[in-house]
Design a protein around this ligand. Sequence first.
Ligand code: 26Q
Length: 811
Amino acid sequence: MFNIDKDAFKKDYLKKFLELHGKELEKGTQQNKYETLGSLVRDYVAKAWIDTNKRYNQTGEKQVYYFSMEFLLGRLLGDALLNLGIRDVCKEALDELNIDLRELEEFEHDQGLGNGGLGRLAACFLDSMASLNIPGHGCGIRYKYGFFEQKIMNGAQVEAPDYWLKEGNVWEMKKPDKSEIVKFGGDVRVEAVNGRLSFTHINYEPVLAIPYDTPVVGYKNDVVNTLRLWSAEPVSNEFDFSSFSRGDFLKAIEYKNSVEAISHVLYPDDTFYEGKILRLKQQYFFVSAGIQSILRYFKDNGHNLMNLDDMLAIHINDTHPTLAIPELMRLLMDEEGMSWEDAWRITTNTVSYTNHTILAEALEKWPVDMFKKLLPRIYMIVEEINKRFCQDLWNKYIGQWDKISKMSIIGDGYVRMANLAIVGSHSVNGVAKLHTEILKKQEMKEFYYLYPRKFNNKTNGITHRRWLIKSNPELTSLLKDTIGEGWIKHPTDLENFARFSKDKLVLGKLAEIKNNNKKSLAKIIYDSNGIKVDPNSIFDVQVKRIHAYKRQTLNCLRIMDLYNRLIDNPDLDIVPRTFIFAGKAAPGYYLAKKTIELINAVGEKINNDKRIKDKIKVVYMENYRVSQAEDIIPATDVSEQISTTTKEASGTSNMKFMMNGAITVATLDGANVEIRDEVGDDNIIIFGLTEREVLNYYSKGGYSAWETCNSDSRLRRVTQDIINGYYSPDKDRFKTVFEHLLTYNDEFFVLKDFDSYVRAQDRVDNIYRDIDKWQSMAAINIAHSGVFSSDRTIQEYATGIWGSGYLYKNL
Ligand code: 26Q
């Protein structure tokens, strides 16, 4: 394992500083000091990185490639230090140089190349693969601009570009010698050569794909895997301005711009799927570059392509990288001369697919015309896959045309990516038990009947290294003091902490730690929002993307109702609460943006109303991101997981919160169901419609939002307050929110679940009064959070899907 002592570290640091900046340390800026530390750590990592790759070459271990449009890594410095096992040494050494390690860590700009859950999951998986000694690498896009930065101005979201590379990125290594060419557009020339059809792509537009590699450091095990992100650049000789006539010059600029656009910016997810050609280009760009480079490396090492499926696995994170399937087919057939049958067997054995959503409106589909024009050869292959697939269906389901046309990969003028992903892979998994059941019983039932063995569940997880050890050092110390350190390698050992759930001393410590974390967060809130919040109040938190189905509106309505109760009775006996929100809305998602405005308007009024004597406060923290989540989650008492049952595939913040001792208020949706199963009904607060009730309403109707509203005076009042000027002089400002609830019959049952939610919150108030009881629940939650480590999830992927890794070999 990597090792260094304090003095050697100090020496290395000073040497590096001089080398990079050529001045005295005292004259260095924070940027200089951060950069020095980053480069030094990268040097330390380099040797293990090389050794890991060498070892993979020699052993021929099965390599996993995790393809994802998003990797939401956040900051890397603290994680790298922790996993190298030198964080303490580094801190001591820097202390002696009068440098505050925390400040340097906080100086780092988040690497925010993801929207939310799906991108963060990919990042947690990388960390777990490296830490479990599984040869697993990420493949994605090096967006020049990450997910936009959010500012809250006059209570509304304003977007600014996230130019995360502005100050450089110490973690990446540009590898121009490992570039690939990706071809777009053009035509396909088909000829018969030696009795076999040959396909030549002509008149295409070439794009140079340049990889940037980032090391992924395993936890104290000398393993360093690779995250490879591709950047699009013009092919150099196409871009020789000086030799071009004026007409060609403009063309050359057009070409340059259109190429660079590919890796320019990450698309925000707004659940309403829209087929943008640039997005399709992005998908093919990184998939093609990634697979070409994998095959090149594979062949360079002298392996036989007929053994490809034994030696590597390709995983696709949602349908976004589904083109991996036809692209692998293309390379195996057109470039390597394999037969369709062999290529198909190898491709399907190699590729596996995770589904992350059941929202039908979010399913990816591409207009055939657009697809064909941009990717002519790939389209031919997809057509052939579909032809053969439909042939099978005709033989199996004689005369059942409706079923066949529903399952077809191409239909209604679109290429349906989920269908392609299911047909072209050997494994389809959902991300929580309930979600997988819904896929099997409803959304994908035809496919499930056809391929029952392909479908499986892999409940999501989170890396406890970042989300507990790094973000909550005090809780980590308490755990070490009480149950030792075994849980760090074996997170389910956290169960031993349950023994302390009645130990007053330990519960007191838990309360104290929570309080300290709340004080830190209170300071952050004061610095950013200018709002004074009381660390002794309940910190009640909902942080996640803003979506109608996640129901921030439900949370907001009950705050409005509580406010009304306080106005009507200023002596109302409640435990003071601070409601904390954070999250971004997709720029084109009007309702979500209006929801943010409503929350801010409600906050503005409540926070300035002297009558309620500071009993409640509402805070909207701007620009939610990984590093901010690391500040908020350890300071949370109540975790709001209140999506409409059946709609949230899994959720992962729910796991982060419980691991940090928050109590969950939840619907039985996504992984909340499994959290409930782990901690028991007494240690979680469940409310709302059941799965069956929701599915019934959706299939049979019978829900009237108006009736629900009219029969409840609290609801009548709060919904009216949305549009009567109570929260804004502009009565129309939140009309959309009102209409979604009442005019359009409340698609997500906000009003229906209101009463049950309010009662759940009253229980919270009651339980919190007995702080030992509360902390005892917190202890049980922490103790049972171990199964939600992504280490468990990754072990399941490795043994159940990829057939890879140490554990697999020793089965
Ligand atoms: C698609 C087309 C065009 C533009 C954007 C997109 C797009 C981008 C991102 C569609 C979806 C996403 C992200 C989805 C996502 O984060 N889903 C979440 O995945 C988590 C990890 O499995 C789950 O825990 C959440 O329940 C699920 O909502």
